[in-house]
Write a protein that binds this ligand. Structure first.
Ligand code: PCA
Length: 331
């Protein structure tokens, strides 16, 4: 009886200690605000919440991330700077939007280089090292990246070639899409996805390139009638941390966040692929015509793409070439 009593006592005090430890670690929990640019119901944002839950779990409650989707905390165009300058410790950004500042970041919008999820993943494996170094120079640490579905064109009429695109006001989301617009005789206007519905409603733009996801999220069937599938590229969003914040964490916490990031990145890519055709079905169900781009239009896009790839290699030199070589060697 006495032995049992002692054991029981020990067990009770061990439990009490464990509770005290948990309470202490929760009291010391760091709260991180995580701005994201796309709507709350978009899969990237949903995966941001999954990531936050995993981080909370794997760090034993030490890091408590609150996701702010839809550009509600910082607009898309402001998120990278907010993380770089430490206004927030973590956030998500559509990285090729910054290829004007660092051309290497445009690795994922080279037309027709990687036109499937599988190839896009292999291209990321080839690009990851140099791109992470580039971001480190910008005071950023990449945690995970996640591809959008393939990119195609939205118009308010049938389009078979550049004869049909002259003078169209075209929403671009980075330098590459502005270049394509100009090559097709259109007038690019850079607009974040969060402002796209309004820009279409007010006639600021009347066409754009994107995935089925953004057309669905922004209900663009209210303004546009045609979607042309091209799968020209699969651009990625990145979840990143401020470098000083990251380096200030202890090893266990960093490993726990890395585990959460690796799992979430893989789950997010799988979700993107799973949803790609579903988005097209939704566009069709809402009255849009969804078809493959016609041969003449496609041939023009391919010629534009070749020139863009050559220009990118000129801008990025050996680093860009090394990414393409590594990618092609693995093919
Ligand atoms: N949607 C985002 C980026 C790529 C995509 O499919 C957008 O249009 O802003």
């Amino acid at each position: 009886m006495i032995a049992l009593g002692t054991t029981l006592k020990a067990a009770v005090s061990a439990a009490a200690l464990a509770i005290a430890a948990t309470t202490a670690s929760i009291a010391n929990a760091e709260s991180w605000d995580m701005p994201m640019a796309y709507s709350a119901s978009n899969f990237h944002s949903e995966m941001g919440v999954v990531f936050a839950d995993k981080v909370r779990e794997y760090t034993g409650g030490k890091i408590d991330i609150t996701v702010h989707p839809g550009g509600s905390l910082f607009k898309g165009g402001e998120i990278k700077r907010a993380i770089q300058t430490g206004q927030v410790p973590i956030g998500e950004r559509f990285m090729s939007a910054h290829a004007n500042e660092a051309p290497l970041l445009g690795w994922d919008n080279l037309p027709f280089l990687a036109t499937s999820y599988e190839d896009n993943e292999r291209l990321w494996q080839a690009a990851q090292g140099p791109v992470s170094e580039q971001l480190s120079d910008l005071n950023l640490v990449v945690l995970y990246t996640c591809p959008w579905p393939g990119q195609g064109f939205y118009f308010n009429k049938e389009v078979n070639s550049s004869k049909d695109t002259q003078g169209i006001k075209f929403r671009s989301y980075n330098t590459a899409t502005a270049t394509i617009a100009e090559a097709l005789g259109m007038v690019p206007v850079q607009i974040e996805a969060a402002e796209l519905s309004q820009a279409l409603a007010t006639g600021v733009v009347e066409a754009f390139i994107s995935s089925g996801a953004t057309g669905y999220d922004r209900k663009v069937w209210e303004h546009l009638s045609h979607y042309y599938k091209v799968n020209a590229w699969f651009p990625r969003n990145y979840v990143m941390a401020n470098k000083q914040v990251w380096e200030g964490l202890d090893d266990d916490t960093r490993a726990a966040i890395r585990k959460a990031a690796d799992e979430t990145g893989a789950a997010c890519a799988a979700r993107s692929e799973e949803l790609a055709n579903w988005y097209f079905d939704q566009l069709e169900a809402n009255g849009m015509t969804v078809t493959d781009a016609g041969p003449e239009f496609l041939a023009e896009l391919q010629a534009i793409g070749e020139k863009m790839t050559a220009d990118w290699l000129e801008q990025t030199g050996e680093q860009g070439q090394a990414i393409l070589d590594a990618y092609r060697a693995g093919k």
